[in-house]
Design a binder for this molecule. Structure first.
Ligand code: GGG
Length: 367
């Protein structure tokens, strides 16, 4: 079988560190299952921006197009404006390749002490904290329309427009309901703010309600996003699939990851569900300049993102091995990075996962 061709964008900060650690794990898992991966590295990011004024070359999207998937580390550097890095690389890729679903699992992995354990009686356990965020990833608050006016004057103002379309909401809602329908609890929460945002979020609510009619087995309800954030802390056991707009999903999934112990644990998949364009896989964390270069970044989110990629590429055996192996390492608790109370470095954690792969065969874990 011909190899899966994967474009690697390691990016900035801890991005190259976690990607360097993750690739041998994915390569080894694929090898155990007879799957060939062909990695092609692109040195795009803030260095490229400094040298050329662009985060990626003008023909960057055309160069990525033929790949089967894109594997991303992180982008951003303190001396480069934040909007340059995200708007110059991540958002154009999501948009050009119609990656309209951003899937972000939020699970408390067995072995970890949850951040809020024992406070307020919330049921924090791996059984009760098991959610997945389905974030709209192609429009909404991140369309980038607007401008700065009368800059530098007392009348200065900024306008940031959001655009929500019936088609955009419907397709991501349908994805989320289908996902919920296939999960044991068949629960879906839709994040809204229609009490304050009377145009976009009222359309959001209406379309979600229409889509819900096609999924009578899924029990669902809308929550105002602020109440939903509170519920993730106070009653995580009442939540399963969370459907959210681009901005709301970005925030809620960071909250979910933080509650499970570390942003470094959480994976993300930017999916073009129809498979007409490459999908992109990344940890949800950013470039973490405060710890970059120290070799202590947690590689688990990146390795897990790689498992999502293998699954998407049809290599379920390899994906299952990676996921089981990383769960085993976390459960064992002796090889963890410092933010989880451990003393291990990035490469040590990844190596511990790699060493578990051989014993991690079998059916893929339930999604
Ligand atoms: N892991 C990719 C990364 O650098 N993420 C940082 C970030 O701010 N992403 C914005 C987004 O996911 O919309």
């Amino acid at each position: 079988m011909s190899p899966h061709r994967i474009a690697v964008l390691a990016g900035d900060g801890i991005g190259p560190e976690v990607v360097e650690a993750a690739l041998p794990v994915l390569e080894a898992a694929a090898g155990l299952e007879g799957v060939d991966l062909d990695w092609v590295h692109f040195p795009w990011g803030c260095d490229h921006w400094q040298a050329t004024g662009r985060m990626m070359p003008e023909d960057g999207l055309d160069r990525l197009r033929p790949f089967d998937a894109i594997f991303l580390g992180a982008v951003g550097r303190p001396d480069v404006p934040d909007h340059v890095s995200v708007r110059g690389l991540i958002l154009p890729i999501r948009r050009a390749f119609d990656q309209y679903v951003n899937l972000r699992p939020m699970e408390l992995l067995p072995g970890l002490s949850p951040v809020l354990a024992g406070r307020g009686g919330a049921p924090f356990s791996p059984e009760s904290f098991r959610m997945v965020c389905v974030r709209e990833n192609s429009e909404g608050e991140y369309v980038g329309l607007g401008g700065r006016f009368d800059q530098g004057t007392r009348d200065e103002r900024a306008e940031q427009l959001s655009v929500f379309t019936r088609r955009g909401i419907e397709r991501v809602a349908r994805y989320a309901f289908r996902l919920a329908d296939g999960r044991p609890r068949r629960l879906l929460a839709s994040a809204t703010k229609s009490n304050a945002w009377q145009h976009a979020m009222v359309l959001w609510d209406e379309v979600v309600e229409e889509v819900a009619r096609d999924f009578p087995r899924v029990s669902w309800r809308p929550y105002h996003v602020d109440a939903l954030a509170a519920r993730m802390v106070s009653h995580p056991d009442s939540l399963d699939v969370i459907l959210a707009s681009n901005l709301f999903g970005d925030i809620l999934s960071d909250l979910g990851a933080a509650l499970t112990g570390s942003l470094g644990l959480a994976p993300g998949a930017n999916l073009n569900p129809e498979g007409t364009h490459p999908s992109m896989f990344e940890p949800i964390h950013g470039s973490a300049p405060d710890i970059a270069g120290q070799g202590i970044a947690n590689p688990i989110g990146t390795i897990w993102a790689g498992a999502l990629m293998l699954d998407h590429l049809g290599a379920q055996g390899a994906a299952g091995r990676v996921e089981r192996a990383l769960r085993a390492v976390v459960a064992d608790g002796t090889v963890l990075t410092p933010e989880l109370g451990g003393r291990a470095g990035t490469m040590e954690v990844a190596e511990a996962v790699r060493l578990r792969l051989a014993d991690a065969g079998g059916a893929p874990p339930p999604s």
